[in-house]
Design a protein around this ligand. Structure first.
Ligand SMILES: C[S@@+](CC[C@H](N)C(=O)[O-])C[C@H]1O[C@@H](n2cnc3c(N)ncnc32)[C@H](O)[C@@H]1O
Length: 267
């Protein structure tokens, strides 16, 4: 790994290492794993065991967005416990291949164990940073990612790397958190809010500009708004290093949303 971890990487890594360790004996109707059936159509999850389906930290469904085809090579940025890699591997079949990259060793371990459970041979996990992907140039047909790019302290580098590894004509299909307008300053300054996928989120227009600047074309960003209860639950989950009572909740409800993002590397 050539990227040196920044304090943000370290905080984010600690946060997700802790979360996956604490989920070891949970899953199901529990507060430690995201309810993946809210994010994906139920039908999509019938091919995986429920404990695997429920260990999700995503904010959308990049699998449906990607429209994967048999034989494709797929790269998942920030693969977590491996759910999207497993779903992608089932779509691309034995002639295709899926690579998951994640910087948190505990996540890689869980993802490998989950892949064994479903007995797939076409998935591989690599330990690494999104800002310095351990993947060859021009080798990937589709990049997916679920609620991860917002966590990077250098998103432009992530897009540069994504563009480098995509084959000409390749597609990026990402679910991520972005904002409309600015978040309240105490949230932006909070490392725990960064690890909780809020503080690192940038305005959708800046996200698009970064993708354009590295060469992506045909960029689309479709918002999926959260209800207030979901935002409240996420804020309660973050806890930590800021006083929520000093912040107008409406400013957060208005600003933060999940987006379905697609883009292409020109052929
Ligand atoms: C919110 S979780 C999402 C995991 C998975 N995509 C899912 O939907 O369950 C974020 C994951 O991205 C990884 N991650 C965050 N920033 C990263 C970076 N800069 N490089 C590599 N992995 C990163 C974390 O270790 C964690 O596993």
């Amino acid at each position: 790994m050539t990227q040196s971890p920044t304090p943000i990487h370290e905080t984010v890594q600690e946060h997700y290492a802790e979360r996956i360790k604490n989920s070891a004996s949970c899953c199901g109707p529990s507060d430690c794993c995201s309810p993946s059936n809210i994010l994906y159509p139920e039908q999509l999850l019938t091919t995986v065991p429920s404990d695997v389906a429920n260990t999700s930290y995503g904010c959308g469904d990049p699998i449906t967005l990607a429209s994967l085809k048999p034989g494709q090579t797929v790269l998942d940025l920030g693969s977590g416990a491996g759910l999207d890699c497993i779903l992608a591997a089932q779509k691309v079949g034995e002639t295709g291949k899926v690579i998951g990259v994640d910087m948190t060793p505990e996540m890689i371990e869980r993802a490998q164990a989950n892949v064994k459970k479903v007995n797939l041979k076409n998935v591989e996990f690599r330990h690494g940073y999104l800002e310095s992907l351990p993947v060859e140039n021009n080798t990937v047909d589709v990049i997916i990612s679920n609620c991860v790019i917002n966590l990077s302290p250098d998103k432009e580098k992530v897009f540069t790397e994504a563009f480098r590894v995509l084959a000409p004509g390749g597609k990026l299909a990402v679910s991520d958190i972005v904002t409309e307008g600015q978040l309240p300053e105490p949230i932006k300054q909070s490392l725990s809010a960064w690890a909780g996928c809020v503080a690192g989120a940038v305005e959708a227009k800046d996200y698009i500009a970064m993708m354009e600047s590295v060469g992506f074309t045909e960029i689309t960003v479709k918002p999926v708004f959260f209800d207030k209860a979901t935002v409240d639950a996420a804020l309660a989950d973050i806890g930590g290093d800021f006083d929520l009572s000093t912040i107008a909740r409406d400013d957060i409800y208005k600003a933060v949303y999940s987006a379905k993002i697609t883009a292409y590397k020109p052929a």
